[in-house]
Design a binder for this molecule. Structure first.
Ligand code: IMP
Length: 210
């Protein structure tokens, strides 16, 4: 199910349309992006597969997608359109790294759910699991509200850095422990709109601190 991706990827192997889109996005960010780690095509293909799986797994259940803002908004929008079932949406916002690239380990809820989840089948949609502290906190918090079921769908998980054991039922990509941007993920609120996931050139961080 999940795909492991390395550090580098040639951008010339995509289909014409996505190659064109990718290269124009690359052009706009050529001074910022170092490598494309996961292409738009790979992301979309994997989302279609997981969408199929979710459509089967939740066929007889009332699904509530809970997105973790801000990072998961792009992934959640695409994923939900591949699930052929009626569903509802809610969102939580938690504190992020800000302009830092390392977690502080302290999770703060900035926005709570709008509705009760008692007795609901909740699928928590996360962009990326790094140390796992954010997800672990969220799961603990949501479990106290007694949903009928609670599962996690994470776009990416970094290898070898998880500090807490977590049960992630749907995980699309496993990536090396590097800081990435794009497809919802930011660095200092930028790069969320990139259709791919990539790493930043070191100068971007240097310029941010100088
Ligand atoms: P964790 O608590 O260390 O697992 O961090 C999870 C949260 O940190 C994610 O939901 C993201 O908001 C943010 N994050 C972790 N790694 C990255 C990254 O490589 N790029 C951008 N944000 C990240």
């Amino acid at each position: 199910m999940e795909t492991h991706v390395g550090h580098e990827r040639s951008i010339g192997t995509s289909s014409d349309t996505s190659f064109h889109r990718l290269s124009s996005q690359m052009e706009a960010h050529q001074n910022d992006i170092e490598h494309v780690l996961i292409t738009e095509e790979q992301i979309q293909q994997k989302i279609a597969e997981v969408g199929e799986q979710l459509s089967a797994d939740y066929a007889d259940r009332d699904l509530l997608l809970v997105g973790v803002l801000k990072g998961a908004f792009v992934f959640m929008a695409d994923l939900s359109r591949h699930v052929r079932l009626p569903m509802e949406f809610d969102f939580m916002a938690v504190s992020s790294y800000g302009a830092a690239t390392q977690t502080s380990g302290v999770v703060r809820i900035l926005k709570d759910l709008d509705h009760e989840i008692l007795g609901r089948h909740v699928l928590l949609v996360e962009d990326i699991v790094d140390s796992g502290l954010t997800l672990s906190y969220l799961l603990k918090n949501l479990r106290t509200r007694r949903p009928a079921s609670l599962e996690v769908c994470a776009l990416m998980q970094k290898t070898g850095v998880q500090q807490v054991p977590l049960d992630i039922k749907y995980r699309l990509f496993e990536i090396p422990s590097v800081f990435v941007v794009g497809y919802g993920l930011d660095y200092g609120e930028r790069f969320r709109n990139l259709p791919f996931v990539g790493t930043l050139r070191p100068e971007v961080y240097r310029d941010a601190v100088s």
